[in-house]
Design a protein around this ligand. Structure first.
Ligand code: SF4
Ligand code: SF4
Length: 210
């Protein structure tokens, strides 16, 4: 399917093309040495190696890239970023592709997108992950009774061993909602690196103040 075909909402078109251009810019000095691919612990699950992904990006082969499963098998371990001889922000590039995949509502990215959404909603609510609630919300969002049931034996085992504990969900927006909203505001006005610097500074100041 072409990129045009993947973008279902026309109002998303410009934003997605800009995001892709930003990711392309992140890897523009790649020398195709393959260190990222050789360092990736999840390479066996990927249908396109990271090195090849960056080449595809630079060649504007976006639709092939977005139709692949590689970027959502990235577990954000940062090995590739640490080892890239050009110092490229490869993990951030993978994350940006995941955001694009989520925005495009790619069918093959659906379960990953729902998982990330459940994870982030949980962090937004509590400042940490409550595993049981997060998984319950994720499985409900999946709307796949078969898949949900397949997790039941593991869930019971973890409960019995005390690895997870049942907690009632709390209502409301959560204590960190204001912070998240502020980051979203910044993101709409600033480049991502400026945002993280400013937010880090704010968090530091708030921490120092008490
Ligand atoms: S390690 Fe860096 S320079 Fe080498 S292929 Fe990967 S992105 Fe390109
Ligand atoms: S950050 Fe992602 S792509 Fe990079 S080595 Fe880790 S799993 Fe692989």
């Amino acid at each position: 399917m072409s990129l045009e075909g993947l973008i279902k909402k026309q109002e998303d078109k410009q934003g997605i093309q800009e995001q892709l251009a930003q990711v392309k810019n992140m890897v523009k000095t790649c020398i195709q040495c393959g260190t990222c691919s050789a360092s990736c612990p999840n390479i066996e699950f990927m249908d396109i190696t990271p090195r090849k992904m960056w080449r595809m990006l630079l060649m504007d082969r976006f639709e092939e890239l977005l139709n692949s499963k590689s970027f959502y098998y990235c577990s954000t371990c940062y090995f590739c970023t640490l080892r890239c001889p050009r110092g490229l922000e490869l993990t951030n590039a993978m994350s940006a592709l995941k955001q694009i995949g989520s925005r495009l509502k790619l069918k093959h990215f659906r379960s990953s997108a729902l998982f990330y959404e459940s994870f982030m909603n949980n962090v937004r609510q509590y400042g940490r992950v409550r595993e049981m609630e997060m998984m319950t919300r994720y499985l409900l969002a999946l709307k796949s009774p078969g898949q949900s049931l397949s997790y039941a034996p593991l869930g019971v085992k973890l409960l019995v061993k005390g690895k997870i504990r049942p907690e009632l969900p709390s209502m409301g927006a959560g204590k960190l909602a204001a912070l998240f909203d502020k980051v979203l505001d910044y993101e709409s006005d600033h480049e991502s690196d400026q945002v993280s610097n400013q937010v880090s500074e704010q968090i530091l100041v708030q921490a120092q103040e008490g």
